[in-house]
Design a protein around this ligand. Structure first.
Ligand code: ZN
Length: 349
């Protein structure tokens, strides 16, 4: 049987233990923690210190049991205070003492590459007009890259596409036009799509050439589609991209897969068509921005679309070239050098 003194001591210790949890919950900061630590463990007036003084009053037989009770309480208090201190140091753990008035941690946000931003701008203008977005393989067969697009083997126009061949039949696509063939093979008209994507040419990199760059092509196929639709759509697109007052002109040109074909020029925004020595337009006042034309009937025959019933038009533009003109970027290589001083300039666009 424990002596009455020991029983009283146990009750006193349990009372301290019961108050401990509430006392800890009330602590809001390091000063509160220090105050609590003193209240329990201060060498002069701490509750625990005073209880150790009381040990002296016990009979010899009760001393070990009383000492053990007290040591348990002391350990428990020390552990609770240590846990509390830890939670004050890491507010994210939900501990008390989070100072909501402190400035937040500044995160570094990633952002889209300037070319992506520009490409999305192009995509969204065409999407608003009801165009879908398609893509296709970057490794192509000779058939899809050339033959189906009306370049027979040994056609001189193939020289314009300095091609990176993988073997006799496979190559890195030189334009996104093979996707036009793939889509027309699979879907019957009406077709209204744009095709953004990477293309490859055997080029030595310089300020205006890269061995890999981005194109966006468009294709419309339906009954009664005319050159007027081509002109109206491309003029609207260019005005959305460069401004309402933009002057455009269409010049006759040649592509194997369109007939008739036209290059589209826009007024030189660098000199406003006023500087005979302008380096951007070479003093002509115009800048070639895209190629276009009515889909050649032979291309329709290659994909089993009847050219007597359907007509269509297509266009293609270089994303880098257009972005360089829009933003006044003098060198295409800036896009690929990952220099943050360059890429960061486009984040707020
Ligand atoms: Zn100019």
């Amino acid at each position: 049987m424990p002596s009455p003194d020991l029983e009283k001591f146990r009750i006193a210790i349990d009372a301290h233990r019961a108050k401990l949890a509430d006392a800890c919950a009330a602590v809001r900061d390091a000063a509160g923690l220090e105050e609590l630590r003193n209240r329990y463990l201060s060498r002069k007036r701490g509750f625990v210190t005073l209880l150790f003084e009381d040990l002296k009053k016990f009979e010899a037989a009760d001393k070990p049991a009383a000492g053990q009770l007290l040591n348990l309480l002391k350990t428990e208090i020390q552990e609770k205070l240590a846990a509390l201190e830890e939670s004050l140091r890491t507010p994210a753990a939900g501990g008390p003492g989070v100072d909501l008035t402190l400035p937040g941690e500044r995160l570094t946000w990633g952002a889209a590459h300037p070319l992506r931003i520009f490409q999305r701008e192009i995509e969204s203008i065409f999407q608003e007009m009801g165009f879908g977005i398609e893509d296709g393989p970057e490794i192509e067969t000779d058939y899809y890259n050339f033959e189906a697009l009306n370049f027979p083997p040994n056609h001189p126009a193939r020289d314009d596409w300095d091609t990176l061949y993988i073997n006799d039949n496979l190559l890195l696509r030189t334009h996104t036009s093979p996707v036009q063939i793939r889509i027309m093979e699979k879907h019957k008209p009406p077709i209204r799509i744009i095709i953004p994507g990477k293309v490859y040419r055997r080029e030595t990199p310089d300020p205006t050439h890269a061995a890999m760059f981005f194109q966006v092509e468009g294709l419309v196929v339906d009954r009664n589609v005319t050159f007027a639709h081509l002109k109206g759509t491309l003029e609207y697109f260019l005005k959305r991209l460069f401004g309402d007052k933009l002057k455009t002109r269409f010049r006759p040109s040649f592509f194997p897969f369109t007939e008739p074909s036209a290059e589209v020029d826009i007024e030189c925004l660098a000199c406003g068509q006023k500087d005979p020595a302008c380096r951007v337009c070479g003093g002509t006042g115009w800048k070639e921005i895209l190629g276009s034309g009515m889909v050649d009937p032979q291309v329709f025959k290659n994909v089993n679309i009847d050219p007597e019933q359907y007509s269509g038009w297509a266009f293609g533009l270089g994303v880098e070239r257009t972005a360089m003109f829009a933003y006044g970027i003098p060198d295409i290589r800036y896009f690929y050098e990952n220099d943050l001083r360059f890429t960061r300039q486009f984040h707020l666009k």
